[in-house]
Design a protein around this ligand. Structure first.
Ligand code: SAM
Length: 265
């Protein structure tokens, strides 16, 4: 069997979308409930900004639900995929190429809801970048608006490689995704990950690809410290990756997959 090709997974948006799109409706439902519960600026035209929107699965969902949806990503291929899908479905959203640590919103527009789920925030590799991004989020929110941040915490005591596997088929394309995460050195806070995809097309042809990257690790205390530095954002709720509005979590290390809801004062 040939070795998998080394590619950036995000250069193949369709395969990313096939794996992650399964959760889109649940995540959008959760975000809407969080906004109704905690946001105070509900107007006729609710607006949502997604940091690092990737294939645009959530942008599409919010646009279809009547929100003024906007988002940016560092990867132009992801943005082209997102934009093509919106055009195909005759939906409208504002998309642009930008980076989480330095983004600026065209026209200085502000939003009722800003969100960044599925650990995407961990791509910010330094405290300076993470803080700069949160400051920009705070500036991009209307007073009373909310920021929903979902990320996986690291158990620094663990010496095991963790493994997750997904298999999803759409339009005759099967994508098998295996992700491994290596134990983290608390000194560097650099979490090494590897994702391998095996994609079987409708004609039975198989393609294999591998991506390696590092993300920044967080304990609950590290995340709390970071957020505490942004005085205009206050924690109002803590949930988990099941995105169940009726289930709250403590903001501590007892559960790894946390979703924080922060409100702009
Ligand atoms: C896990 S995907 C999440 C995509 C989307 N938010 C979602 O929920 O499906 C991570 C995305 O982050 C983007 N990305 C990584 N680092 C970034 C940065 N510093 N600024 C903007 N986008 C970034 C990648 O291009 C990729 O599209």
């Amino acid at each position: 069997m040939p070795a998998p090709a080394h590619v950036d997974w995000y250069d193949t948006p369709l395969y990313y979308d096939i794996i992650f799109d399964e959760d889109t409706v649940d995540e959008a439902n959760f975000l809407e409930v969080m906004f109704e519960r905690h946001g105070t600026t509900a107007g006729k035209n609710r607006s949502a900004l997604e940091l690092a929107c990737g294939s645009g699965r959530l942008i599409r969902e919010f646009a279809a639900r009547g929100w003024n949806a906007a988002g940016f990503d560092a990867n132009p291929r992801m943005l082209t995929f997102a934009s093509d899908r919106l055009s195909h479905e005759k939906l409208v959203a504002r998309l642009w190429e930008d980076r989480m640590e330095s983004f600026s919103v065209p026209g200085g527009k502000r939003f009722d809801l800003v969100h960044c789920l599925v650990s995407t925030f961990k791509y910010l590799l330094t405290e300076t970048d993470a803080r700069a991004s949160l400051e920009r989020v705070a500036s991009a929110l209307n007073p009373g608006g909310i920021f929903v941040l979902g990320l996986h915490l690291t158990d620094y005591r663990s010496s095991k490689i963790s493994h997750e596997r997904w298999v999803v088929t759409r339009d005759g394309i099967e994508v098998v995704c295996n992700t491994r995460t290596w134990p983290v050195d608390p000194g560097t806070r650099s979490e090494a990950m590897r994702t391998r995809l095996r994609v079987t097309g409708p004609d039975g042809r198989v393609l294999r690809q591998e991506t390696r990257w590092s993300v920044r690790s967080y304990s609950a205390a590290q995340l709390r410290r970071l957020i505490g530095a942004i005085t205009s954002l206050k924690l109002v709720a803590c949930h988990d990756f099941r995105h169940d509005p009726d289930e709250q979590r403590k903001f501590d290390d007892s559960y790894a997959d946390l979703v924080l809801v922060l409100k702009k004062s």
